[in-house]
Write a protein that binds this ligand. Structure first.
Ligand SMILES: Cc1cc2nc3c(=O)[nH]c(=O)nc-3n(C[C@H](O)[C@H](O)[C@H](O)COP(=O)(O)OP(=O)(O)OC[C@H]3O[C@@H](n4cnc5c(N)ncnc54)[C@H](O)[C@@H]3O)c2cc1C
Length: 437
């Protein structure tokens, strides 16, 4: 019966090849469309599948790190990209780095040798009809397909640009200096945390901010007009001493309980998830280098020891408003046989994209074969990412990579961070061992 079912995967990047592999493993015939080499995005150069467009690092291998845990979890599903990464590995300390050409060649060979997968080198311009369709066309999806996705989702649910502010963990905020209050006491009790600054602190912070070093922009991100409407905090700050104090750092409607006065300037932090374990730095989208973000933002009162779940970024990135559109199995809410996978869903990073491809492919196959879907609990990095991108409580959705802050705390408190993370990883892998094997 399952021989008659067919699936289409659009995009042979990191997510697409994993999705195709999962479908094939479940006995489904797959057609994988990849527009290269007839058409290349501005960042893709190699005709092979699974091209790494920038860094050749797949990040840390250590299981007690967010990136290491994600990879360890992917192993449970026979990840194709991990298999090829190990075969094309180059020395990189604690990171898994690869020879990118060899990596892409190996993935391509394995996909082409798979008898359930047919690769068609052609741009898809309309969302096709099949028993299951997975859109994995990446953050640089071709223009015509992006138009179709916009029509399907509604234009307001499709972003072309990632202008994200940093996110920090609640536990790392010094609440003896910061305080919870909504402006003019409107809104939820602890929806906002305020980090107050006096004039001297603000002036020192402002000087550091306007002199901090920015990250290089990719060629494709340098296009004129790209940053209109989402100005980096450092650019706004360079317009004058008070520009951000009258903008995102305005102190109006707030009173510092430690002084009884309105502060000179305030950074507001907004709850990022309903558990309140992560907070977003409101209005602080930035293009500063990550080390500079840590140095300069740690000057803000209450953030001296801030732990960054995600740093701010600015680059071209097409992604859908998944919390309003997708289920946590990566299916489209109003079209159950359509799935999305990869960076276009708002997961961020090579391995995160590949992991979402595994989940989408697995679930599309489960739908076709009438077998149980994969609903991973939040205690796994894969489950936490799937739940994050599909959580309707997340309002201003910005892409997210693997981060320990996404996982719920352990029931017992462990002070030592290394040990705590190892236990969090163990909790996930113990769970996967039970549910997968
Ligand atoms: C410039 C840039 C640099 C990045 N650098 C890093 C980094 O260093 N580290 C990191 O972890 N992450 C990085 N990312 C983020 C992300 O991890 C990668 O974009 C990753 O490749 C996403 O995987 P994907 O499978 O979703 O998309 P992709 O790997 O981009 O795969 C999508 C595939 O779909 C094809 N395609 C597009 N449209 C069509 C169509 N209409 N028909 C058929 N095929 C189509 C494309 O040719 C491509 O092969 C970067 C992103 C960008 C844009």
């Amino acid at each position: 019966m399952k021989k008659n079912k067919n699936a289409i995967v659009i995009g042979g990047g990191l997510a697409g090849v994993e999705a195709a592999r999962q479908l094939s493993k479940a006995g489904i015939k797959v057609t994988l469309y990849e527009m290269k080499p007839t058409k290349f995005s501005a960042a893709h150069k190699n005709a092979d599948l699974a091209e790494l467009v920038c860094s050749n690092s797949l990040k840390a291998e250590r299981i007690g790190s967010a990136a290491g845990l994600l990879k360890a979890e992917m192993e449970y599903f026979g990840s194709l990209t991990l298999e090829c990464a190990k075969l094309s590995k180059v020395p990189a300390g604690g990171a898994l780095a690869v020879n990118r050409d060899e990596f892409a060649r190996l993935v391509t060979e394995k996909i082409e040798a798979d008898e359930n997968i047919t690769v068609i080198r052609e741009e898809v311009t309309k969302i096709p009809d099949a028993d299951a369709v997975i859109i994995a066309a990446g953050p640089l999806v071709s223009f015509s397909l992006a138009e179709e996705i916009g029509k399907l989702c509604g234009k307001e649910f499709l972003s072309f640009f990632d202008a994200a502010a940093p996110i920090i963990t609640f536990d790392s905020i010094d609440m003896t200096k910061a305080f919870t209050q909504s402006r003019y006491d409107r809104g939820g009790e602890d929806d906002y945390i305020n980090c107050p600054m006096n004039k001297a602190e603000y002036d020192a912070f402002h000087d550091a901010l306007i002199n901090a070093e920015s990250a290089d922009l990719h060629e494709i991100d340098k296009q004129k007009g790209v940053y209109e409407g989402c100005m980096p905090i450092e650019v706004l700050a360079s317009r004058g001493r008070d520009a951000i104090r009258f903008g995102p750092m305005k102190p109006v409607g707030l009173r510092d309980p430690n002084t009884g006065h309105r502060p000179w300037a305030v950074l507001q932090l907004r709850k990022e998830n309903k558990e309140g374990t992560m907070y977003n730095m409101v209005g602080f989208q930035t293009n500063l280098k990550f080390a500079e973000q840590k140095r300069v933002f740690s000057m803000i009162s209450g953030l001296e020891n801030a732990e960054f779940v995600r740093y701010g970024v600015m680059h071209r990135n097409t992604f859908i408003d998944s919390p309003r559109l997708l289920n946590n199995d990566f299916s489209f809410r109003t079209k159950p046989n359509l799935f999305f996978a990869g960076q276009i869903t708002g997961v961020e990073g090579y391995m995160e994209s590949a992991a979402s491809g595994i989940m989408a492919g697995y679930n599309a196959a489960a739908m076709l074969n009438n077998t149980p879907k994969l609903k991973l609990e939040n205690i796994t990095m894969m489950g936490a990412l799937a739940n994050y991108i599909s959580d309707p409580d997340i309002k201003d959705f910005q892409p997210m990579g693997a981060a320990m802050g996404l996982l719920p705390p352990l029931s017992e408190k462990i002070r030592d961070k290394k040990e705590r993370y190892e236990q969090i990883a163990k909790r996930s892998l113990d769970y996967l061992t039970k549910v997968i094997l």
